[in-house]
Design a protein around this ligand. Sequence first.
Ligand code: ASP
Length: 466
Amino acid sequence: MKRTKIKNLKEKIGDTVKLLGRIDIRRDHGKLIFLDIRDETGKVQVVVLPKPENVHSLADQVRPEWIVSAEGEVKSRPDKMINPDEPLGNIEMELTSLEIISESDTPPFDLSTDGYEVNEEIRMKYRYLDIRRKRIQDNIRTRSSVNNFTRNFLIKKDFIEIETPILTRSTPEGARDYVVPSRIYRGSFYALPQSPQQYKQLLMIGGFERYFQIARCMRDEDTRGDRQPEFTQLDIECSFIDREDVMALVEEMFTKMITELFPNKHMTETPWPRLNHKDIMEKYGSDRPDIRKNPDDPNELGFAWVVDFPLFEKEKSELGYLMPEHHMFTAPRKEDLKKLSDAPEDVISEQVDLTLNGFEIAGGSIRIHEADVQKTVFDLIGFSKKQQEEFSHLLDAFSYGVPPHGGIAVGMDRLLAVLQGESSIREVIAFPKTGEGRDLMMDIPSEIEEGQLNELGLKTERKKKG
Ligand code: ASP
């Protein structure tokens, strides 16, 4: 018999069907046994009558989380027995045959709750069990719908999805790189991308006018609270656009997505307010203000744009150089170009940030597309000749006709967390690292074999344990 998915049982009343799934709960009423069986589409009550005896005695053995194949007849429940709290509370299956496919030990924690009460380290060690719980299943499935929505939306707008390398050269986004040693070129290293920033700009020079990617980014920062060593950005870049176009695109995409996927949510203000960086720093003392009218309302989404950032941060680097407020490829506002040489601190940039309920969820800008302006910025931020040479590929590319371009990157983990009402991004990532940067399930970071180290020409100083 072919399998029926549980959500489809509604249309199968009177039929004999086969379910493949897990035992959710088993309630023993002596002669009668009730099994709740679930698969990824739903849960249904299965009634086990005293006869046939062999089926009854098998049903007596099964325990929660065991995987079974169960056949039986789908029936409507008598009115009195209807459970209005369950989507399939008006039907049940009367078991005629049962096969145990895989037994399960008792899980180390309860899977039927939302899980907040369970020690997080234990949840992470047994993450493959933890993600069986309904809350995490919903989060991960919603994440898939959000990705799918953004893909379809952008493709309809003539964007194309391009994968950029994971093994790359250091990209200075302001954090430390994770590095990967090369075996063939001993002593040389790849770096994992902090973002596809340079590649997406090079794609514009390469003749692609509308790029996007759901990109993984890696930054070796000190672990702080909710940060992850790797995170996901919806990365976008377009040619021949201005700041307004970037904002309009993202605003349309998320407005449509919320209407379609999160109909219970409402936005504080539409169109999203445009806040001036200087004003909000004075008003809120923060560049990611929470504009919600009622922060206790879990369905309120306070989106706001922040614009007119200074090109450089107020603070200077240890060596007294200017530091880019966004990144070093961000363009100065046209009317401020002249100021770049005499009053660079006063230059306003083409950066845009998007905040949601007090979190920065996207950042982008129109880029510098002239080699001489890029060089001036490199000089202002104190790049040595050697450092500038590391960007020679970009500056060389700038001599082959550069379309004006710009883009943005949306932090998908935080966006999902806010939309799902989660306070930690770990709750919306299938296999996250802990706050200390460890994967407790895989037990990493881990040491590697001496032989691997030798092959790479590496020696390590191992921290003594304990
Ligand atoms: N690459 C930038 C970032 O990761 C975003 C952008 O400018 O598009 O913050």
